[in-house]
Ligand binder design. Sequence first.
Ligand code: NI
Length: 184
Amino acid sequence: MAIREIIKLPDPMLRQASEPIHTVDAELRALIEDMFETMYDAPGIGLAAVQIAVPRRLIVLDATRGDTPPNPMAFINPQIVWSSEALSTHEEGCLSIPEEYAEVERPAQIRVRFLDRDGAEGEMTADGLLATCLQHEIDHLNGVLFIDHLSRLKRGLIVKRAKKQAKMGAPAPKRPERAKMGAA
Ligand code: NI
C-alpha cells in the first residue's frame, strides 16, 4: 500500500473524462487499497482515481462521521441510474481544490449501479451526505468539479486563487475549522 500524490486544480487531467474499467483484478484491488490509504491520510471522505492521476472509472468513499466505525466503499464504473427531483444542499470541498468550501445543490437521492471489488454488479440507493459524496466523485470521472455547480463569479475567484497557489508552489495553510463536511 502507498499514499499517492493528489493532483490539484489547475492540473488539466482533472478536466479529462476517465476510461471504463474492463478487468477487476489484483492490480485494480491494489489501486483501491492505495486510494483508501490516500483518502484517509488526506484526510478526505471520498476520492476518485483521476485525483491520483489514474484516469479510470473508480471511486472510493467513506461518508461515516464522528464515532461511527469506518465504512470504506469502492465503486467501479459507477453510473447514476436515477435521481430524485427533490434537491438538497450540502457544503462541499475537494482534495484537489484545497481550502475551498461552498454550498452545492444536487438531487437529494440517487440510485447508483456499479461493480464491487470482486467484479460483481451492485445497485444502491443513497441519500444525505452519501448521495452528495457519490455525485461529487462521479462528477470527477466526467471531468466535472464541484466549483462547476457554483456561479461563474464564485468559480472564477476559486480558480484564480488555485492558480496563484500553484504558482507559489507552497501548500495552502490548513484551516480545518472550515471543513464542515470534509473534502472529497
Ligand atoms: Ni473532489
